[in-house]
Design a protein around this ligand. Sequence first.
Ligand code: 13P
Ligand code: SF4
Length: 305
Amino acid sequence: MDIIERINKLKNEKNAVILAHNYQPEEIQKISDIIGDSLELCIAARDTDADIIVFCGVDFMAETAKVLNSGKKVLIPEIIETDCPMAHQLPPEVILDAKKKHPYAKVIIYVNTLASAKALADATCTSANADLVVNSFEEDEILFGPDNNLGYFVSRRSDKKIIPMPKGGHCYVHKMFTLDDAKAVKENYPNAELLIHPESNPELQEIADHVMSTGGMVKHVLNSKCDEFIIGTECDMISRLKIDLKKAGKSKKLIPLRKDALCTSMKNITLEKIEKCLMDENYEVKLDEKIIEDARKAIERMLSI
Ligand code: 13P
Ligand code: SF4
């Protein structure tokens, strides 16, 4: 039996489901039951009947699965090197401090945060629904973090005062995109649409044809009449798009905005680690009950919108 057959056998024996984020390496996406953006994976984790959820993504994503389905065993195949640096930029102390300074503001935080931070929020949001979540509140002031660029995206779509928390919060992968990168690729592909993730800098959001989450990019590329797209997000998004285009029997030209836009934390999961994870049922995500309860309220507020 090859490794893929062995993984499938273990998965069936243990009634496990494998969830993978759109930035996972191609071979991981191909063996997963569900591939998605962070919102789609939240919903999949909440709704699964499987006994074990194997989460192929970064730490905050596996934690979110545990919060939404705490009765299940949630496993992450690699525990050390799968932290999202942006999620660690908003520890609970920063939120508590900001709340003291802005007592009337609502706290809306990106799902790219640890459960301990979510437990202090009024709601979470993802890049697919950040503006909707913010605009669903009546309050005029919103403490928003950690990603300042997603904060900019929201501020362009809301009349509310968006207060960044912390100042300078960012994703190092999306922060590297520049106007010069866009200009250089556009010169070679003048007819291609530029799709930009909202974690990218404001100047790129301003010149993009569309600013959208990774899930939004999948729907757009599949349904658009355009045949060429410059993908302004992490490089393995192209692997995800190719899988869906192949399934739909379509062919489109996909050009990365930068070939070096790689989220290293997403690349530490391998087929070997998934097999081991299923065999040993390691590493299990464990969270404090109170954090689960409070974080769930913030995530459910988002999911109710
Ligand atoms: P999506 O919500 O678009 O999947 O983005 C998650 C993420 O980590 C982007 O860097
Ligand atoms: Fe975190 Fe950026 Fe990687 Fe997304 S791409 S998981 S925000 S470091």
